[in-house]
Design a protein around this ligand. Sequence first.
Ligand SMILES: Nc1ncnc2c1ncn2[C@@H]1O[C@H](COP(=O)(O)OP(=O)(O)OP(=O)(O)O)[C@@H](O)[C@H]1O
Length: 214
Amino acid sequence: MHLEAANLAARRGEDLIFEGLSFGLEAGQALVLTGKNGSGKSTLLRVVAGLLRQERGTVSFTDSHGDTHKRVGEISHYLGHRNAMKSELTVAENLEFWRRFLGQMHGPSVSIDEAAAAVGLEGITHLPFGYLSAGQQRRFAFAKLLIAYRPVWILDEPTAALDTSGDRLFAELIEAHRRNGGIVLAATHQPLGLEGVQELRMTGFAHAGSGVWA
Ligand SMILES: Nc1ncnc2c1ncn2[C@@H]1O[C@H](COP(=O)(O)OP(=O)(O)OP(=O)(O)O)[C@@H](O)[C@H]1O
């Protein structure tokens, strides 16, 4: 399994945000994007997820059978700044919608109740999503990743609005995904507490450098 980005460039409006950006991730590996506000982290994640068209370059995913997919969004979960849930539907209705919409790929997935328990919120899936606190909403947005398997997780500020126990819990769920051979690409302003991840420091306006997470 392999996620490959080669020579990517992306533009927002008139500005070239980055160019010549390449990385490769094998099963179990994670890449964390860091950098100041506006440096292009969300832009890169959206390009990889297929939500934004790149100016140049390619993104591809090769599965465990050696088949290459150009539409990485189809084999990915994308957790953006917004939670992608309807406020007026219950948590269970929202997650059921996503389960049906996403369909099942071969790989580990759990029931809605199990996913709620995994994010520490069992027993409240009957509530409208809009009734929940910001942290509870973020936890259920993350539960979406557990109910339908996708090998690649693309996460934009996944721990925004979370308390300390939520931070730890998300780190454990991400690590479990990696242990199962999953690939993670995440943007963050704070360390996610993940083991052995690579870091890509985004600098914006076509200057990006890479290093190793300290
Ligand atoms: N729709 C848009 N049209 C024009 N410019 C945009 C658009 N969206 C983002 N930008 C610009 O692209 C640049 C990169 O934005 P991006 O959201 O990728 O940054 P980021 O590193 O994720 O920031 P943050 O840490 O604040 O989330 C910024 O200068 C931003 O103003």
